[in-house]
Design a binder for this molecule. Sequence first.
Ligand code: PEP
Length: 266
Amino acid sequence: MNQRPVVEPGAAGAAEAGPGPGTGALRRPIVAANWKMNLGPSRAAAFFAAFRLGPNVSRVRLQFFVPAVSLAAARTAAKVAAEFGIQNVHWEREGALTGETSAEMAREAGVALALVGHSERRHVFGETDAEVARKTRAVSRAGLTPVVCVGERLEERRAGRLEEVLRRQVGAFVGALAGAKEWMVAYEPVWAIGTGETATPQDAFEAHEIVRAALGEAGPGPILYGGSVKPGNAAELLGVHGVDGVLVGGASLDPAEFAGIVAAAT
Ligand code: PEP
């Protein structure tokens, strides 16, 4: 494994952290909220009414993946510069697919980004690598930014299969990034999502190196870390070489906690 320092000097100043491959010397760290199936329209509006950010927030790229039905309320209530995303799409443009939303429809509703292959989609809803690739292609086709999630289960890590799993997951969708004007990948170890367990800086560094190497042919793009990010560990994780931002679930539901994570990134 690479011998560079895992944590950049001045970790909390991630905006000045040395060039993560392809992200440029003055990258803007990404702080993304994944509300999952939480915060309907009225609670989404209440979130933004209570969401107060400190100075230098323009140094952060702020994103909210909200429930589709809360999108309009969230966009209206947000008084901060933020991008909005959808948490899942179907790969077809339209049709007899009850309950599904296409990337084109999401774009029309003001969405700029789409999560693809989140661990809950893969492991609760049984989404396969092939489906993740089709969705990635559909999101790119619609002109949205795919944020494709990868990550190993605990038993896979314990069995020494981290690299194999990440390479397989990335290999399945990397070709589908070709048409995207922009893309991102989120490394989210399944064992760290919603568990309070966080990857160590060394874990995150090693996994990001594997993901970046596997993405090789797709060129440079930001890679986020996700898994129990909190105000208390965000600065350290954002300071890890190759970590270009964080994807936050549980802690993004509380305006003060999420503002604390944004502050850690500035
Ligand atoms: C997520 O849902 O993407 C996530 C990382 O959740 P949590 O922060 O709650 O672990």
